[in-house]
Design a protein around this ligand. Structure first.
Ligand SMILES: [Ca+2]
Length: 380
């Protein structure tokens, strides 16, 4: 199987590398959810709810329309969509493209890491400790949100941790400017134009003031790093103050993450999957019995067709400690990450809906497991 990872910035530039060998990260994505711009590996967390495998590029116009002229067209479209004139006027007042955004979108500074090496580095002791601490500190709130949406607290905390380092780095770039720049720049014009109109809608609805509408350079908002369209569809007002504040309200942040996963099929009776042991001699039979999928986002095409757990057992697959897989009637797909293998259930696909990359979904899954311990998933 072959795979590559990239975030929004890499949409036009997916590299195709051997699946078992490399994970490609775009350095630019570091700044995506980290207000600081440190070149370290980071999963493509920019676009919750957006399939990064969507068509990669649109031809850039031969002679770009001047920004002001282009913006006038968006203004007309926004008004036609019912967004109030004063909202558009305020948002577009003095607006200029932000060159660093274009630069980041074009930068191809990439480096490769095996996926298992990535997981080992990403899930550092510090990250696990900090996330565990946050989970304990907000235990009552996590329990309340988990109870309402049916997504375990450990999974919510893991997503929060991976997306914005527990809210520490949710991005400092003004969203209207960032998204308008990318929409004008042309490469993903249609996609970012829709996101720009959705960002205007967010302000128009009064969920947040213009000056607080901030996020990554690629438009991902707040602590869950939702794109504006994802925000409109999934964000929640859990503290009941009438606003969906995914920047400062932890009840809203946790509930928004939970609602996204629930609406994308999270099943409260199952876990996400588990690491498994595959013996080398069994590999050919497994490849024959469970070929790669042919449909779905890129990461889905890099996992096997699903088989019943009993069939995986017949094929010689065991838990990572060598015991038999649970005797439950459930289907699972195989994900290979370098030297490691994982059998994943439907909930894993809810994580892929958040961000279609195994580097992301495995980070969340493995981190959540470390937080809750193996006992949390006995028999599941
Ligand atoms: Ca609220």
């Amino acid at each position: 199987m072959r795979v590559a990872y990239a975030n929004v910035s890499g949409r036009r530039g997916f590299l195709r590398l051997p699946w078992s060998v490399f994970v490609v990260f775009v350095v630019g994505c570091v700044a995506v959810s980290a207000g600081t711009e440190v070149p370290a590996p980071h999963p493509p967390t920019v676009s919750a709810g957006t399939d990064v495998t969507a068509p990669q590029s649109e031809p850039a116009p031969a002679a770009p329309v001047p920004f002001d002229q282009w913006l006038e067209g968006v203004r007309v479209e926004a008004l036609a969509r019912g967004i109030r004139q004063e909202t558009v006027q305020q948002a577009f007042e003095g607006l200029q493209p932000q060159l660093i955004v274009v630069e980041r979108d074009r930068t191809q500074a990439e480096f490769a890491l095996t996926l298992d090496a990535y997981l080992a580095r990403r899930l550092s002791k510090t990250l696990v400790r900090d996330t565990r601490g946050a989970l304990a500190r907000h235990e009552a709130l996590f329990r309340k949100v988990a109870g309402k949406y049916g997504v375990p607290a450990a999974v919510l905390a893991a997503v929060w941790s991976i997306e914005s380092n527990l809210g520490r780095f949710s991005g400092v770039r003004p969203t209207i400017q960032a998204v308008a720049t990318l929409a004008w720049d042309g490469r993903r014009a249609a996609f970012f134009r829709r996101e720009l109109l959705d960002a205007l809608t967010i302000i128009d609805r009064g969920d947040i003031e213009l000056e607080r509408l901030k996020g990554s350079w690629a438009g991902a908002l707040g602590q869950p790093q939702f794109m504006p369209s994802t925000y409109l569809r999934y964000a929640q007002d859990f503290d009941g103050d009438g606003r969906r504040d995914i920047w400062r309200s932890l009840p809203d942040v946790f509930a928004s993450i939970a609602n996204f996963l629930k609406e994308n099929g999270w099943n409260p009776d199952e876990t996400w999957g588990r690491e498994v042991r595959v013996a080398e001699p069994d590999a050919p039979a497994i490849a024959e019995a469970a070929p790669p999928r042919v449909e779905g986002c890129r990461a889905k095409r890099e996992m096997s067709e699903p088989l019943p757990l009993a069939r995986w057992t017949e094929l010689g697959v065991r838990t990572v400690t060598g015991t038999r897989l649970p005797a439950v009637d459930r289907i699972a797909s195989l994900v290979t990450a370098g030297s490691r293998n994982f059998l994943v259930y439907g909930n894993y696909e809810a994580l892929l809906a958040y961000n279609c990359a195994h580097a992301y979904a495995l980070s969340v899954g493995v981190l959540s497991e470390r937080l809750e311990g193996e006992t949390g998933k006995a028999g599941r």
